[in-house]
Design a protein around this ligand. Structure first.
Ligand code: ATP
Length: 264
């Protein structure tokens, strides 16, 4: 199978209407002190289906975070439309409570709360009763291999363990959509590889839709059902669906194509 064929294969769990949709989206920013508007996203069209794990790859400053922030409802498009589950994430911010979870590069744990209290945080905000949120947090910490560390404070945990806590926190809220901004890039290679594989399995087993921002072609190949490469300002330069367990030759072909697109 060549990369061309790979674009035709759809992940088995990706179906139905788009969960995340960018329709002719442009985002411009005003420069400090006036002057011309700066375009970070340029007439972007993108549809992500339920259950897809999409790696978004692009050079620094190509608008990945701007896209991410529009999905999360933190930024409004200057033109065009962003829809998530059929709703407008910017104007219907309250509707999205508990429906989107974010995992950042930095674990963003609260240092004065234990691991389990950090996982419970999102559930507290959703007003889940105490006993239920405790049991849910416990279950996700155990699932992430942190049984026995529930009462440890973040400073007592390694970087990989802290990122496990933040992943447990994201899954515990039961949000259907996960937004991940380079969550493993600050970890050493072995820890990152292990956690990346576990994370991808959890996303698939739990039927989540995930958008995963990365700078790394290897990471995108390892994790994505689909890889979207952006040019600057953000516009799709290449969009490929990866067959599950793609063989080395297919991966290599896709890697070369991504390298070529990124060097344009
Ligand atoms: N609030 C803002 N005001 C002005 N310019 C901004 C703002 N936010 C982002 N930009 C600019 O828009 C462009 C895209 O930024 P963005 O952070 O989305 O890129 P990125 O692909 O996530 O970058 P990186 O890979 O370095 O994280 C950059 O040139 C950035 O300087």
């Amino acid at each position: 199978m060549n990369a061309m064929d790979a674009t035709l294969s759809t992940p088995a769990n990706a179906a139905g209407p788009a969960e995340i949709r960018f329709e002719n989206v442009t985002k411009t920013f005003g420069r400090m002190g006036g002057g011309d508007l700066f375009k970070a996203v340029d007439d972007l069209n993108l549809e992500i289906r339920p259950g897809e794990l999409v790696a978004i790859l692009g050079k620094t400053g190509c608008g990945k975070s701007t896209m991410f922030n529009m999905i999360a409802g933190l930024l409004e498009p200057s033109q065009g439309k962003v829809e998530v589950s059929g709703h407008n994430p910017f104007t219907e911010f309250n509707w999205f409570r508990g429906k989107i979870a974010i995992v950042f590069q930095n674990d963003r744990l609260l240092p004065w709360r234990t691991a389990i209290q950090n996982v419970e945080l999102g559930l507290e905000m959703l007003e889940v009763p105490k006993a239920e949120r405790h049991a849910t947090a416990q279950r996700w910490l155990t699932q992430l291999g942190l049984g026995g560390h529930e009462n440890d404070y973040p400073h007592a945990l390694s970087g990989g363990m802290r990122q496990r806590v933040s992943i447990a926190r994201a899954f515990a809220t039961n949000a259907g959509i996960l937004l991940c901004d380079e969550p493993f890039s600050a970890l050493d290679e072995m820890t990152g590889n292990r956690l990346r594989a576990e994370f991808a399995n959890l996303v698939r087993e739990n039927g989540k839709t995930a958008v995963f921002i990365t700078h790394s072609i290897n990471e995108a190949l390892q994790i994505g059902d689909r890889i979207v490469v952006l040019r600057r300002p953000a516009k799709i330069a290449y969009d490929v669906k990866l067959p599950r367990n793609a063989d080395k030759a297919v991966q290599e072909e896709i890697r070369l194509k991504i390298q070529a697109v990124l060097s344009e």
